[in-house]
Structures are given as structure tokens and as C-alpha cells.
Write a protein that binds this ligand. Structure first.
Ligand code: PLP
Length: 223
């Protein structure tokens, strides 16, 4: 069996030194198994219940990325196994992740979500808010010992304006670079700039993405 789209994406990501996360939200377990058989190990989901159910029936060596908006009262369901939480946008959420990670005696990797799009509907922190939050965590690292800030996650506006998309992706990468400069003790692990989806991943890789999240291109359009 082969999947030319997967192969092509894996090659493009390898060339750019980026990680490919296959976004499987709303898609059946069988679709995930198909890519798993071909060597794909990183999968992304947006909904807690869906992630919990799917992960229970799939191999344990899959790295699960939670890429949706996460409510504090749901952290406990994914804390035992989640590989990377992409969309952390408040200190309160981070405290809850720390608390649940402690209960499970593990360290949970997270990204801070930055908001750069010119849209009303997206979650995330403004660049200055994100950097302020990071410096507070940096100063009180003991209080968050069970979480590791691995970098930033962001999304460009959903628009055909390629100039705007590129500008926004560059802005996300800029926030990532400032975060690293501002928190030198994190530099060994704060290495992930998660940006780029089916529609803009090539531009994202050109602008310095280290992780792309690809759904529809791999699994077909969602209903
Ligand atoms: C759904 C989703 C993706 C994948 O989007 P596609 O356009 O289908 O590739 C990536 N990131 C996030 C946060 C998503 O919600």
C-alpha cells in the first residue's frame, strides 16, 4: 500500500526539518490506522472526547497532539497520555495542566498559542500577552515544574490573500524567536514553531515552521 500525498508531505517536511502532524479530527479510526501502517506516528485531534475514544483503540506509540481549544475542566481526561498540547492561552490553563501532570507523575509538553490573524473567531494570546505570560512562567518555573513550554502555535487568517498569510506566518515565527531569546534557559527544548495547515503549509515552511498540522490534504474534506 502507498499514499503519495503522505509521502510527498513527509519528504517536504524532512527537507525543511519540520514535523508532520496528521490532523485526524472527525475521521474514523480506520483512516488513522491506514497512515499508521505507512509509518506516520504523529496525529492531531481537536476534541477531548474524540481523542480519548480514538486513542484507546489505537497503538500506544502514536504521539497525540491536542490542537483544539482546551477547557480547564477537560485537561484531566487527556493528561495521562497526551504528547503535546498546542493551544495554551492562559496561566490558569497552564496551572491546571501542571496539576494534572503532577497527578500522573509526568511532564506535559505545551505550546503557547499566539493570535495574529485579522479575524474575530480565533483563540490565542496577542504577541505581547504571550511574551508577558512566558516571562511570568520563566520567573516562577518551580510553580510549573510539570509543564515544558516547547514553543508557540499559531494560525494565519483564512484568506486567499497570500501576502497577508505570509505576513502573519512571519509574525508567528517572530514571536517564537523572541520567546527563545527572552527565555535562554529554555532554548534546548523550546524548539517548536507550530504553523501551517493544508492551505498554507508551504509558505509556513518557508517562513520557518518546524511543525505543520495537515488535515484535509491527507484525509479529504471534512463533512
Ligand atoms: C483542523 C485543523 C488543522 C488542519 O486543517 P486542514 O486545513 O484540514 O489541513 C490544523 N490546525 C488546527 C488548529 C485545526 O483545527
Amino acid at each position: 500500500m502507498e499514499n503519495t500525498v503522505l509521502q510527498q508531505l513527509q519528504e517536504e517536511c524532512a527537507r525543511a526539518n519540520a514535523l508532520l502532524v496528521a490532523v485526524s479530527k472527525t475521521k474514523p479510526v480506520s483512516a488513522i490506522e491506514e497512515l499508521y501502517q505507512l509509518g506516520q506516528r504523529d496525529f492531531g485531534e481537536n476534541y477531548v472526547q474524540e481523542l480519548v475514544e480514538k486513542s484507546a483503540s489505537l497503538p500506544g506509540d502514536i504521539r497525540w497532539h491536542f490542537i483544539g481549544h482546551l477547557q480547564r475542566n477537560k485537561v484531566k481526561y487527556i493528561a495521562p497520555f497526551v504528547g503535546l498540547i498546542h493551544a495554551v492561552d492562559s496561566e490558569a490553563l497552564l496551572e491546571e495542566i501542571h496539576k494534572q501532570a503532577l497527578r500522573h507523575n509526568r511532564v506535559i509538553d505545551v505550546l503557547l498559542q499566539v493570535y495574529v490573524a485579522r479575524e474575530e473567531t480565533k483563540y490565542g494570546l496577542e504577541p505581547t500577552e504571550l511574551l508577558d505570560l512566558a516571562s511570568r512562567i520563566y520567573a516562577r518555573s518551580g510553580a510549573f515544574a510539570q509543564v515544558r513550554i516547547r514553543g508557540v502555535m499559531g494560525m494565519a487568517s483564512f484568506t486567499d490573500d497570500q501576502v497577508q498569510v505570509r505576513r502573519e506566518l512571519r509574525e508567528i515565527r517572530g514571536v517564537f524567536d523572541r520567546l527563545r531569546a527572552q527565555c535562554p534557559e529554555w532554548q534546548d527544548f523550546c524548539t517548536i514553531c507550530s504553523m501551517g495547515m493544508s492551505g498554507d503549509y508551504r509558505v509556513a515552511l518557508e517562513e520557518g515552521s518546524t511543525l505543520v498540522r495537515i488535515g484535509s490534504m491527507l484525509f479529504g474534506k471534512r463533512g
